[in-house]
Write a protein that binds this ligand. Structure first.
Ligand code: SF4
Length: 375
């Protein structure tokens, strides 16, 4: 099972496609080390994220608690605080670290509302590499605003020897966003095709399966159904900063329990969990988040192996790539069916613009935006 733990909703970026930063949590109400200690062992991928996780002063101690609990521990950060990550990477060189990067140079800073963000991240990731970090990379949300730079980011990653993780626009309660729409779906999807072809050409097995994950992103971008049904609540769990447990970060109605009041076992193996899994099985959202896409691709019994569908796709298309043949995307994707975006309002940028943040108390009513739309 994979787990995402949102240590805080505080964030010092101001992204256009995620409004977590507008609704920060109070530090003294955020999930405690005592609660984290009680989590079981044996997670596959345990993602420590936010908000911005480095804003937690106790992050090093939190990593000490969580690192032994998972095969892979991952920190997803905006990359503006390498000083906080560096000692962790020196202590745990195998820890997975992903810096969010949306574009090269000022474009990144505009999309993410970060002064000198690009420079900081690039410098920071190089420092982590010099310090012995073994699993480093950038993570990019593919969207209209950066689609012309996707291959530049990929080439930058290759040049400095780090990974490139990709996702795309989603609406979700975690992001306080229900207006993330694509302006030109086909254009965005076609750029992802280039990335898939490039990834298949490498000698990295990880990249070949990422290519499949990116195929799923194309389906998401076009508004099609998921490539593989979602297994949230079974293979993936999400914990918010108030210790609330959810099946995923999209639908707030998939609330499973609270770790301050209940044990992990009560929440994950109780009656309510069974009901939530039924709802997940019937869920009509077409989201393709890395979290629930990666878990859905995994063999449920032997979690280090993929399911037969992704495996077959990778074998066939890697062979094609080796033989210098083009990937027949039309065989997998119906470009004749494109979901219409029902809102064409452009996303706003916040770089240099002062915006009042609405601090959220534990007792406030959260996630009150209603249903989230992911077509
Ligand atoms: S498909 Fe449904 S259950 Fe799965 S992550 Fe998306 S919203 Fe959540």
């Amino acid at each position: 099972m994979d787990l995402s733990i949102i240590l805080t909703y505080r964030c010092d970026s101001k992204c256009s496609m995620c409004y977590i930063w507008k609704y920060p949590t109070k530090p003294d109400e955020e999930i405690s080390k005592e609660i984290l200690e009680k989590l079981p062992d044996n997670f596959d991928n345990l993602n420590v994220t936010g908000g911005e996780p480095t804003l937690r002063k106790d992050l090093p101690e939190i990593i000490d608690i969580l690192y032994p609990k998972a095969k892979i521990t991952e920190i997803s950060t905006n990359g503006l605080h390498t000083d906080k990550i560096l000692p962790i990477v020196k202590k745990y060189p195998n820890i997975k670290v992903r810096y969010s990067l949306e574009a090269i140079g000022k474009k990144n800073d505009l999309i993410r509302g970060e002064e000198n963000g690009f420079e900081e991240k690039l410098k920071g990731l190089k420092l982590l590499k010099e310090a012995g970090g073994k699993d480093l990379g950038f993570a990019t949300v593919i969207q209209d605003d950066n689609v012309n730079e996707i291959m530049d980011i990929y080439n930058l990653c290759r040049e400095i020897g780090v990974e490139m993780a990709t996702s795309t626009l989603h609406n979700a309660f975690q992001f306080h966003k229900n207006d993330n729409y694509f302006y030109e779906r086909i254009k965005v999807a076609k750029e992802v095709e280039k990335l898939i072809e490039a990834m298949l050409k490498t000698n990295s097995v990880k990249n070949w399966f990422r290519a499949y994950l990116n195929l799923g992103l194309i389906e998401k971008i076009l508004g099609h159904e998921r490539l593989i049904p979602c297994t949230a609540a079974t293979d993936f769990i999400f914990i918010d900063p108030w210790s609330n447990v959810y099946a995923c970060n999209v639908r707030p109605d998939l609330f499973m329990g609270n770790l301050e009041k209940q044990s992990w076992d009560e929440i994950v193996y109780g009656k309510k969990a069974t009901e939530i899994r039924k709802k997940v099985a019937e869920c009509s959202q077409n989201c393709w988040m890395v979290t629930t896409a990666r878990t859905a691709m995994r063999n449920p019994k032997l979690t280090f192996l993929p399911k037969s569908g992704p495996l077959k796709w990778v074998i066939v298309n890697k062979l094609k790539s080796l033989l210098g043949k083009k990937i027949c995307f039309e065989r997998y994707i119906d470009y004749n069916i494109i979901e219409k975006s029902n809102n064409q309002k452009k996303r706003e940028y916040f770089l240099g613009i002062p915006v009042k943040r609405n601090i959220q108390s534990k007792s406030d009513q959260h996630y009150s935006m209603g249903d989230f739309f992911n077509k």
